[in-house]
Design a protein around this ligand. Structure first.
Ligand code: MN
Length: 738
């Protein structure tokens, strides 16, 4: 048995309920007749009895909520409609009490019954735990488009819920915020209810980022007095002129931008609060009759711009051409005192009320201004019709609806769905991998591929609207450097970077331990100059890089062994080097090519020379030796890896090897001569062939020559670097004939 409110509520609570109800009646005074007042009273008594002793999460009597919703509807949204007020008072009784919809129809008539039924339907499709679902969205719109009053009551309900959101569980809070952002804010915008829209946006920011919100609020307060003085200084000359020249009553007000719009501006432009210049706008509202309102607005425009220099690129004429939402006004930005830009909005009272109350204002004007055709009316009708026809088309996805509501952002965002139909919004150009990170950073980290609408795609697949995306993961998958080149969202980029950094640190530490352990065994101190030489030989920029390569197995100790051999070849035997090579030789068990003995040839595609890292390919004629980096050996490796053997150079007497260089640069006179001079005179090397292809003023050449080993070739490359106009010098590698 339900407890009655009379027993449960304290005297002060009863008083609060009564006061709230009286406030509502006062707000309705100018459109309710005696009979209407009685009906509203009946609805109030009914809701009060039905909600009984129930309390809201905030602790206050539940009935205060429907009263507040009705009050927002009348006062803030401006809907002056008896049935809507009654429906607002009763909007939760079917959902929250055991009242049947039939009872409401019987007691309050079909209109109220129908409105409450629609509102109940909306509450029911919004399942309490899931986030915004495409299908929900469609159903909500469908219900709202049926009778615009449903949308307005729902907006009032949502606004009050947002205002009293504290004390709710974080998950539920987040869900309400997301829903508001995706459904109700756009609807408020489309209906031209700008104050409702910006309050919702502010509340979303306040709950989501309380510190940011509080900080901005504080800054706005701190600068309030200064701003007020400035506005007075700005307005004064305008007022003097308006008084003399305009001849209709007017009002000037100044309005500070909403906190969320300041915040978005800061983020969009990447500037601090202090640099958002148009924090406030000055609004001039003219009490003009409808016949002269446009002319009066333009006269006011010329007064303002005669006083302050306008920025013409920021003139917005929504008088000649109202916005699709029906918004009418003139906006200009002018240079005020102290060189500050100030936005001025000029509109007639009719335009102003339309902007504040949206379509509702129009209904009011329709009855008082003997029905002039309003651009606003037509635009709204067009929009509602479009929504209705979209909804009637069963083939259309919810995405089309979403675009209908988000026209401003649709071009730089992409809307996609999870396998469960949950909506995700990503920046346009985002890839499957961005989506993975959007779901969860662990999913992003282990992602290896994706399925889009059931079809397998790579992680760099660019998402399209309405894609349904499923991420395929593997425990062994890890973020890679390459992924950074295609992810679009900051979140994915950050996570991948973090991971790579972490990996690099770990690999370096591992490599450092391997390296230092070896050095200790060899009796070499870490600061020994031989280490510098080793780095030069391996062409590594730093010791950290060497650690990293060892740690990631992209450099093996065999290459260090090569270096030791080289030292012995070029400098003769020293006890230290001997010891070094012996130790390393013991540690490495790879096959060695003693080239005078074994039957082998050197591949003509990559010109391997001593101390290159090499591999051999077994053929009927013997072993063909390639550089490890050669594209041909890599191709063979992928085709027939059993025939590919890793090899090392064996210590041998010196003999010349054929190498090839690829040179590119400016085709100036004497270029070839300069190149030949360096190779044969300065470095004393034999050239075997020169092949030049001129391409207008650019030349490309391949030079074959003989050297003993790689360090020699490197030193030649260094010397060629001095030749003027030579832009590219590298080891030649034949292209594969694909
Ligand atoms: Mn409610």
């Amino acid at each position: 048995m339900q407890q009655t409110w009379e027993v449960t509520f304290s005297e002060s609570e009863k008083k609060a309920i009564l006061n709230a109800y009286r406030r509502l009646l006062r707000a309705c005074a100018d459109f309710l007749d005696k009979k209407g007042r009685a009906e509203v009273r009946k609805a109030f008594r009914f809701a009060l009895e039905q909600h009984g002793a129930t309390r809201r999460r905030t602790g206050e009597p539940y009935i205060l909520h429907p009263i507040a919703v009705a009050l927002i509807l009348v006062r803030e949204i401006g809907l002056r409609d008896k049935y809507a007020v009654m429906a607002a008072l009763l909007h939760d009784v079917v959902e929250d009490t055991d009242t049947e919809i039939e009872t409401l129809r019987w007691e309050f008539g079909d209109t109220v019954g129908h409105l409450v039924e629609a509102l109940t339907k909306i509450t029911r499709v919004q399942s309490p735990l899931d986030s915004v679902q495409a299908e929900t969205f469609r159903k909500i719109l469908l219900t709202m488009a049926d009778d615009i009053r449903v949308a307005l009551i729902k907006l009032a309900d949502r606004l009050h819920n947002l205002r009293t959101l504290t004390g709710m569980k974080p998950e539920k809070q987040a869900k309400i915020l997301a829903e508001t952002e995706f459904i109700y804010v756009p609807i408020a915008h489309r209906l031209g209810l700008y104050p409702i829209k910006s309050e919702m946006e502010d509340l979303i920011l306040r709950y989501r980022e309380p510190e940011v919100y509080a900080e901005l609020e504080r800054k706005l307060q701190e600068t309030a007095r200064e701003r007020e003085r400035y506005i007075q200084r700005f307005i004064q000359p305008i007022e003097e002129k308006l008084k003399k020249e305009i001849g209709v009553p007017y009002k000037i007000e100044s309005r500070v931008k909403s906190i969320s719009s300041i915040y978005h501006k800061m983020r969009r432009q990447g500037v601090p609060f202090e640099e958002v210049y148009d924090i406030f706008a000055v609004r001039i509202i003219l009490d003009s009759p409808i016949e002269t309102e446009k002319a009066d607005c333009w006269r006011t425009y010329s007064i303002v711009t005669s006083l302050y220099r306008p920025n013409l690129s920021r003139l917005r004429d929504w008088i000649s051409q109202p916005r699709p939402t029906g918004y009418e006004a003139l906006h200009i930005t002018v240079m005020g005192p102290e060189g500050k830009w100030v936005e001025v909005q000029i509109r007639s009272r009719r335009m102003h009320e339309a902007a504040e109350y949206g379509l509702v204002a129009h209904w009011r004007y329709k009855s008082t201004q003997n029905g002039h055709p309003s651009a606003y009316d037509e635009a709204l009708e067009r929009w509602l019709n479009r929504i209705r026809s979209l909804l009637e088309n069963p083939d259309l996805s919810s995405i089309d609806l979403l675009h209908e509501l988000h026209p401003d952002i649709a071009h730089d965002e992409v809307y996609v769905f999870t396998p469960k139909g949950e909506l995700k919004v990503l920046p346009a150009g985002a890839t499957a991998l961005d989506f993975a990170y959007e779901i969860h950073s662990e999913i992003g980290r282990h992602a290896i591929a994706a399925k889009v609408n059931g079809r397998p795609v790579l992680l760099n697949y660019v998402l399209q609207n309405a894609d349904q995306v499923e991420i395929i993961t593997s425990e062994r998958a890890e973020p890679t450097e390459e992924q950074l080149s295609f992810v679009k969202t900051g979140r994915a980029r950050l996570k991948i970077r973090e991971y790579l950094k972490q990996q690099r640190k770990q690999a370096m530490e591992k490599g450092r331990q391997i390296f230092e352990w070896r050095l200790r065994h060899l009796g070499i101190r870490p600061e020994d100059p031989v280490i510098r030489e080793l780095l030069w030989y391996l062409r590594l920029p730093s010791l950290e890089e060497l650690w990293y390569r060892l740690g990631t197995h992209t450099l093996d100790l065999g290459q260090i062994q090569d270096f030791i051999r080289l030292k012995r070849l070029s400098q003769g035997t020293t006890p230290l080097i001997d010891q070094l090579s012996q130790q390393l030789g013991l540690l490495s068990g790879a096959l060695e090519v003693g080239y005078p003995e074994e039957k082998h040839t050197y591949a003509p595609c990559c010109y391997p020379i001593p101390f290159d890292s090499i591999m051999g390919y077994m053929t009927a004629e013997g072993l063909v030796i390639h550089r490890t980096t050669c594209r041909e050996i890599q191709r063979l490796l992928s085709l027939d890896s059993a025939k590919v053997k890793p090899l090392r150079w064996a210590p041998t007497p010196q003999k010349p090897f054929l190498a090839a260089l690829l040179l590119e640069g400016e085709d100036r006179q004497g270029m070839l001569l300069d190149i030949v001079k360096v190779i044969s005179l300065k470095k004393n090397k034999n050239i075997r062939s020169i092949r030049i292809e001129g391409q207008a003023s650019y030349f490309k050449g391949i030079i074959e020559l003989y050297v003993y080993n790689e360090p020699e070739l490197l030193s030649l490359i260094k010397a060629l670097g001095e030749v003027r106009g030579l832009l590219k010098i590298e080891r030649y590698q034949a292209q594969l004939n694909a």
